[in-house]
Design a protein around this ligand. Structure first.
Ligand code: UT7
Length: 330
């Protein structure tokens, strides 16, 4: 095994989940669907929905404040604010800059990274490069999405799937054995049209036509995306393990992106893991896009189950398409 001398680690974490809960029973009153269909096809029971007056930076800043507080840090102690999101407050400036303002600091560089649901893992990989090159010491990475504001609530094929949430990580150089052991990332731009938000960008600037055709909402060819997600997540998890010089049998926890329980379970089978080793919260939160992995990791750590030295595999797939895995020693 090629032992990695320099690693980054998670110093502390924070999350934010909106209070409002939307259940499958609520959705039965909104579109032609059933709790039975949603549960068997996706595993989702309920999801959180942001208030109308809450924007992406509002969710992100709460998670960020908790991560800073748990790490015993002030906002000015970080060298970069990096936000992974697909649903920014505004096309520009970046949500990272809005969060910098809400944290009451200035000067600290801030930018957004957009990589579909894979954004949190892409963000960790970018932060690792910046920290290990010596260009900065500490990154505040926030993964946040408010998909409810870009969901067509009349489209039953998508509106039952998504939820809102945020997670934040403080990343810095590790001084011991813990930290990021390996990463693997990839993308396939030729398949981008299978999952997209077509309107409002330069391809289809907002107009009466784009509004009429509901192009400001998520469009997804679900069953096509499903097949690619199953394939890529399994492959990425195995490749990440190989790069870390570890075997499937050494995995203590799998934290997969939470889009659909069937995709999670297929990834688990690919790694021959027992169900207790897989972190699942899609039942409670639906698909929160970038926020699924940090919220799952936070909840696993808070549960007290994680032990020092445990091997965690995080793996995600999303719009782009993009995919990535990170193998991490706690
Ligand atoms: O976050 C990263 C990317 N996202 C994903 O990874 C999501 C990947 N895709 C999926 O999770 C699944 O494809 C879905 C959950 C979206 C859909 O499940 P599916 O088993 O692929 O169903 P389907 O789209 O093939 O639709 C099957 C049937 C259709 O009816 P017909 O044509 O067979 O009569 C749909 O019209 O289910 C119908 N349907 C629904 N019925 C009740 C679709 N949505 C609903 C609904 N309630 N909400």
């Amino acid at each position: 095994m090629a032992k990695k001398e320099n690693k980054i680690k998670i110093r502390s974490m924070g999350i934010y989940l909106p209070e409002k809960i939307l259940t499958n029973a609520d959705l039965e009153k909104m579109v032609e669907t059933s709790d039975e269909w949603i549960t068997t096809r996706t595993g989702i029971k309920e999801r959180r929905i942001a208030r109308e007056d809450e924007v992406t930076s509002d969710l992100g800043v709460v998670a960020a404040r908790e991560a800073l507080e748990k790490g015993g840090l002030q906002p000015q102690d970080v060298d970069l604010i990096l936000v992974a999101t697909n649903t920014p407050d505004t096309i520009f400036p970046s949500t990272a800059c809005w969060i910098q303002k809400k944290l009451g600091v200035s000067e600290i560089p801030a930018f957004d990274l957009q990589a579909g649901c894979t954004g949190l893992l892409y963000g960790m990989i970018v932060a690792e490069g910046l920290i290990l090159s010596g260009s900065l010491n500490r990154v505040l990475l926030i993964g946040v999405d408010i998909l409810s504001k870009v969901t067509n609530w009349e489209d039953r094929s998508t509106c039952v799937l998504f939820g809102d949430g945020a997670g934040a990580l403080i990343l810095e150089k590790s001084e011991d054995e813990s930290g990021m052991l390996s990463h693997f990332w990839g993308a396939e731009g030729s398949l981008g049209e299978l999952l997209m938000l077509p309107g409002g960008g330069t391809l289809h600037p907002t107009s009466e036509e784009t509004l009429r055709d509901k192009m400001h909402y998520i469009y997804m060819k679900g069953n096509e995306v499903f097949k690619h997600a199953v394939k890529r997540m399994g492959e990425a998890a195995l490749e990440g393990l190989e790069r870390a010089g570890l075997d499937k049998a050494q995995v203590d926890y799998l934290i997969p992106h939470q889009a659909n329980f069937r995709i999670i379970d297929a990834t688990r089978e690919r790694l021959n893991l027992s169900p207790e080793k897989v972190v699942v919260n899609v039942d409670r939160y639906g698909n929160m896009s970038v926020a699924t992995i940090p919220v799952a990791l936070y909840e696993l750590a808070e549960s007290g189950k994680l032990k020092k030295g445990n091997i965690i595999v995080m793996v995600a797939f999303g719009a782009g398409f993009t995919w990535a895995s990170i193998v991490y020693r706690w």
